[in-house]
Design a protein. Structure first.
Length: 125
């Protein structure tokens, strides 16, 4: 039974890690292209925040996939050393995910507050 679990789990881990890699690489390339365009365009704090917000979303998605792969990998890990290493990696990824989510939420709130102020100013005029 254990052999079947390992035989099914290892490809699943590789596929999920591959999805995480594609997600993070795509998000990084998108952010890089957007940042280069931003450098040669008009300076806009809103645009800068939007680039960071989109990039943060890609990173959170990639980290979530990686964490899923780590969780699956713990089901077939046999040594305490490997389990401790996986636990440490999962903990680091969880903290990164938490802080990225928090930053994204703060940016979203600021962006929403800025949009609300603009709408209110237009309504008063």
């Amino acid at each position: 039974m254990r052999e079947w679990l390992v035989a099914l789990t290892e490809p699943a881990i590789a596929i999920i890690d591959g999805l995480a890699l594609v997600t993070i690489v795509y998000g990084t390339l998108e952010a890089f292209v957007s940042a280069v365009r931003f450098l040669f365009g008009p300076d806009s704090g809103r645009q800068r925040r939007e680039i960071w917000l989109r990039y943060g979303r890609w990173l959170v998605a990639g980290l979530t996939f990686q964490l899923a792969a780590d969780i699956i990998e713990t089901s077939i890990t046999t040594s305490w050393e490997a389990l401790a290493r996986l636990g440490a990696i999962a903990l680091i990824r969880t903290f990164l995910n938490f802080f990225l989510e928090r930053d994204i939420g703060e940016l979203r709130e600021r962006q929403h507050a800025g949009t609300s102020e603009v709408v209110e100013a237009k309504q008063r005029a």
